[in-house]
Design a binder for this molecule. Structure first.
Ligand SMILES: *Cc1c(COP(=O)(O)O)cnc(C)c1O
Length: 497
């Protein structure tokens, strides 16, 4: 299988090269050039395999140029017990007869990005070996919180790599900041930036686009790459847990093999939900993919009208990992749904860059609407959903997962579709403890102490043990104190390297 660019003006390549490059040279995203298919018997055969075996089985159909042994080893090293609590990568919790929650946050940083960012460094180093790459790969990350820490955990002390993470120094939660500035590893750099996430992202893009800097680094034996969700190496590992959830539902006899299920997904950059689409395209019996947004409801409007319009106010919400107006991975869906019409995709992406909006027309809108349902939930309803879910089910969810629960509830009201639905849970409730505590205890009750006291209080109240990585965080040494202005990001990067 080869990989092609969604914009059609970049040479086709192997999966290993696509992962090393991150983005195609024409600015497009890499996609497989032929479909993958798993029979229902193959899906059934996953039932009794541990997660790492499921991962190796699914991944080998997409990453065809990798050695099967290498994929097996990468999966074992990524999804074992020391990385994920007890080896639970994607466990299901039954909520009631028609809903299960898939918890994707048992990894080292307590958000679902670990599932892909644990294995990406291994896929990348394999790729470097396969292509005889001698340079050290420098992963440059701009983060609004979750990606930075997950990438640091994934790349820390990985041979042949360096990682530099920039975060808005006042724009992340206390827990998120503490997670990053205490990161150990000889190849890591973490720098705060006095600005918001957009400033950080713009700074990183400028460094990526700096030709002279790239030449200078090349002479020093270094090359930049990216670990954000436009990299196919982050998308492919996410396809696995859709299959895993389905085989678990069959095993628990919640559904009969061949029955369709829905997935409800808290969505930002459209990576997670797109992995669900690839799973469906590969034969997984999925009825609807429910795309749940917060107040930044650009995707809801797109699914309803076919017009993608990012010209709208940006809202800071309680589900910050979904505060996004340009959902990059939608580009891949548009390519797939138009049977590879790269000319149209290029046109729409140019319009998005120039005017901030584009219209795909009613036919394509209709096609997308057969598979996807879009809805959004405001901050106050998300809070009420956290409380309501706790009261009715004794189950604590984070604000991102709450958005998915609420959008799914309204989907059922509207459509009366009672198909068994997997709510995709993307973060531990403890990672977003101040929002969760406010929902559970009420604003007036919430003691205005630091986030670490709140963690203890939540844990005691809900009789839920604190994840150990968060418990020890308070007493860990702060190793990265550097804070710079946006204009200093480039010079800081050069100093670090
Ligand atoms: C990144 C993230 C999301 C959004 O996922 P996308 O793949 O960008 O759509 C949702 N929830 C949490 C907690 C996240 O970290």
């Amino acid at each position: 299988m080869r990989y092609v660019s969604t914009r059609g003006r970049s040479p086709e390549t192997t999966s290993a090269e696509a992962i090393k490059k991150g983005i195609a040279s024409d600015g497009g995203l890499f996609v497989p050039d032929s479909p993958v298919y798993f029979s229902i018997e193959e899906i059934a055969s996953l039932e009794n395999l541990p997660y790492e075996k499921k991962a190796a089985f699914i991944l080998k159909s997409y990453l065809t140029d990798y050695d099967e042994q290498d994929l097996q080893k990468a999966a074992e090293a990524s999804y074992g017990e020391e990385k994920f609590d007890g080896g639970a990568v994607a466990p299901l919790q039954g909520l009631d007869k028609t809903r299960s929650v898939m918890e994707l946050w048992h990894g080292p940083t307590y958000a679902f990005k670990d599932v892909a960012l644990q294995i990406l460094p291994k896929l990348l180093t394999c790729s470097m070996r396969m292509s005889g790459e001698k340079r050290v790969v420098v992963i440059l990350v701009a983060t609004s919180g979750d990606t930075g820490k997950a990438a640091l955990e994934g790349f820390a002390d990985v041979e042949g790599t360096r990682i530099v993470v920039f975060y808005p120094s006042e724009g992340v939660s206390e827990v998120q900041k503490r997670q990053m500035v205490t990161q150990t590893g000889a190849n890591v750099g973490v720098i705060g930036v006095k600005g918001n996430f957009d400033d950080v992202q713009t700074g990183v893009k400028m460094i990526f686009g700096d030709r002279l800097l790239a030449e200078h680094l090349h002479e020093k034996g270094l090359v930049f790459s990216s670990a954000n969700s436009i990299n196919w190496g982050r998308l492919a590992p996410q396809i696995v847990y859709y299959f895993s959830a389905y085989s678990d539902l069959c095993k628990e006899k919640k559904v009969v093999l061949g029955d369709k299920v829905n997935f409800a997904i808290p969505t930002g950059n459209f990576g997670n939900i797109l992995a669900g689409w690839y799973a469906k395209a590969a034969g997984l019996p999925i009825n609807k993919l429910i795309c749940a947004s917060n107040d930044n409801n650009v995707l809801t409007d797109f699914l309803q009208t076919g017009v993608y319009n990012s010209n709208r106010p940006f809202h800071k919400t309680s589900s910050p990992s979904m505060d996004i107006l340009i959902s990059s991975n939608l580009e891949r869906l548009l390519f797939e749904i138009t049977d590879g019409d790269s000319a149209s995709v290029s046109k729409w992406m140019a319009l998005l860059a120039e005017k901030g909006s584009y219209d795909v027309g009613s036919e394509i809108k209709g096609k997308i609407g057969e598979l996807f349902y879009g809805g959004w939930t405001d901050v106050s309803t998300a809070g009420k959903t956290i409380l309501e879910t706790w009261k009715s089910h004794n189950y604590l969810v984070d604000p991102h997962t709450a958005v998915a629960l609420d959008v799914h509830r309204r989907y059922v009201e509207e459509t009366m579709d009672n198909t068994h639905t997997v709510i995709v849970s993307t973060a531990s409730p403890f990672k977003f403890n101040s929002t969760v505590a406010e929902a559970i205890f009420g604003e007036s009750e919430q003691v205005a102490t630091d986030e670490f006291d709140l963690l203890d209080r939540l844990s005691t109240f809900t009789h839920t043990p604190l994840p150990k990585g968060l418990r020890k965080l308070r007493n860990m040494n702060i190793l990265h104190k550097d804070v710079c202005k946006p204009g200093e990001m480039k010079s800081r990067t050069i100093e670090l390297l």
